[in-house]
Design a protein. Sequence first.
Length: 257
Amino acid sequence: MTSTETPMVRADRVCKNFGAVKVLKGISLEVGRGQVACMIGPSGSGKSTFLRCINHLERVDAGRLYVDGELIGYAERGSKLHELQPKVAARQRRDIGMVFQHFNLFPHRTALENIIEAPVLVKKVKRTEAIERGRELLARVGLSDKADAYPAQLSGGQQQRVAIARALAMDPKLMLFDEPTSALDPELVGEVLAVMRDLAAGGMTMVVVTHEMGFAREVADELVFMDDGVVVEAGNPREVLSNPQHERTRGFLSRLL
Ligand code: ADP
Ligand code: MG
């Protein structure tokens, strides 16, 4: 990334509280266009909350969060923050894809119907076009033959690949993944990571919360270690993993092995 290019994600001292509990205590980080950032850290450290703030599922209490140079969640006039118009909020949300640990597919819709739902309803894409694109996306995630299968007829790994295709159907400029393989049987993890690898290689900007250190080492441009609502350490994944600078990072990594 050149220094003049606007990063895809920029967090500037982002804080989030739930009541009296401070969950994010000033998160600052940048993710460049086409880059992959992996976030690791103990349970409860605020990783999901951070992703949820990017995707409008939570509201930032202090600090600023920008996607593609645009302030997320608020309108900024001068130095004052205002409520976002619902239309603007909807557009911001539409441009960001999110994949959850539990795939959250509609159980009574086929794989293809799951994928075309949002483009047709939200983006007003013609049904025939959405179907054509949906089939392309199914092929891309290796599920050409599962268009008419219902989620219950698919393995966890296949369901998660449908969920990724569903997110891609909205042509997002940013993809967020919250522990996308944590609910899968070990033998199904690889097929989902392979799809994510392919997406990264295709230039998608991604923020991935994961415990898959092999993926982080090989695919991430930046590894971010969070603990207790702060970024303790961030940098080149190989360097962070092989030579962590902070005691908390060392402790966390040693417990993973
Ligand atoms: P992680 O994803 O790193 O495990 P989370 O972001 O899910 O961490 O949670 C961070 C902290 O925020 C936890 O202590 C959790 O209990 C708390 N928390 C998350 N969501 C809520 C909520 N909606 N209301 C109250 N507390 C919450
Ligand atoms: Mg989480």
